[in-house]
Ligand binder design. Structure first.
Ligand code: BTN
Length: 323
């Protein structure tokens, strides 16, 4: 990608101008083409000063531009094809449409804003500017019943990413909410399309409240949510978070395909904020209460009810009750 090459040559740290001819040669394009590319990059939000001496990179925009993510992305296939949209209804829907058209495994769809972001249990997912709204297309050869395991795997990848990124008290609420302290910072929505027997594709949607303004949220959502920016008291550069996440995700996904899900589950247990908590789980108008005592090898939550019996909960909305 030409823009990637230009950025690699424009050394922001040195603060020096780079000669036009030299930049064009390094990028393998003509000077006219270089000028067009630089203009496009300025349109993308880069601040690039030009003078008779050449060009100088002054500022990088905090946007999830594919060529920025791919610069320094250390994966074998995840994120090698990234489609960025300024606004879509839902990246999961765009990813499904692309998967139907044959998009390859590891293709990523990112939107800067989602008009109708989807949450679990048919809820809306607010997706204003400042978040990471992203969906990965996967084509694993597994039975449809195993698709929910990909949600747990993704939860581990996000939690580890945020933990490394911010060093805060990051953990997972079953099945797939990423919390900082007891506030939600990320949600995951997996949608699978099954053919005869095996899955045709799976789309895994990840929504991270990175730099979003919580004042855009209604009170009922604002109270239980947080953002990385709020926790760290500074604006977070999204590209690094996405790069680290994609790398973590690919490693775990490869382990998963190699049959090493038990290892991933051990990581999930270590990151879990649910195990050991007294919880309330809602599903289809029914509610159960109990202490979360474990998770099975299939990702099913085990509750010890008040009468001492054990109950397995396959899915539902889990609420951590006060200790
Ligand atoms: C949840 O309810 O916790 C799941 C939220 C998932 C939101 C993400 S944002 C990117 C992707 N596109 C969507 O429409 N939803 C997911």
């Amino acid at each position: 990608m030409v823009k990637k090459k230009i950025l690699n040559s424009l050394n922001q740290v040195s603060g020096e101008y780079q000669e036009e001819e030299e930049l064009a040669t390094q990028a393998g394009i003509s000077v006219d083409e270089l000028r067009d590319e630089i203009q496009a990059m300025v349109g993308d939000g880069f601040v690039i000063e030009s003078s008779e001496e050449g060009y100088k990179l002054v500022e990088i925009p905090n946007r999830l531009l594919p060529y920025q993510i791919q610069r320094g992305l250390d994966t074998s296939y995840i994120g090698h094809d990234i489609r960025l949209f300024s606004e879509v209804d839902s990246t999961n829907q765009v990813a499904k449409d692309l998967a139907e058209e044959g998009a390859s495994e590891g293709t990523i769809v990112i939107a800067e804003v989602q008009r109708r972001g989807r949450g679990r249990h048919g809820k809306r997912w607010l997706s204003p500017e400042g978040g990471v709204w992203m969906t990965i297309i996967l084509r694993p050869e597994i039975p449809p019943a195993k698709a929910p395991l990909l949600t747990l795997l993704t939860g581990v990848a996000v939690a580890e990413t945020l933990q490394t990124e911010c060093g805060l008290d990051v953990g997972i609420k079953w099945p797939n909410d990423i919390l900082i302290g007891d506030k939600k910072v990320c949600g995951i929505l997996t949608e699978a399309e099954a053919g005869k027997g095996n899955l045709e594709y799976v789309v895994v949607g990840i929504g991270i409240d990175l730099n979003v303004d919580l004042d855009d949220f209604p009170p009922e959502l604002k109270y239980g949510a947080t953002t990385l920016q709020k926790e760290l008291q500074k604006e977070i550069y999204g590209v690094e978070v996405v790069q680290r996440f994609l790398k973590n995700f690919e490693e775990l996904y490869e382990q998963f395909k190699d049959g090493q899900f038990p290892e991933i589950l051990s990581q999930w247990r270590r990151l879990s904020k649910t195990i050991g908590r007294y919880v309330e789980v809602h599903k289809k108008g029914r509610t159960v209460y109990g202490e979360a005592v474990g998770i099975t090898k299939d990702g099913v939550l085990i509750l010890e009810l008040d009468d001492g019996t054990l109950k397995k909960v396959i899915s539902g909305e889990c609420i951590h009750l006060p200790h």
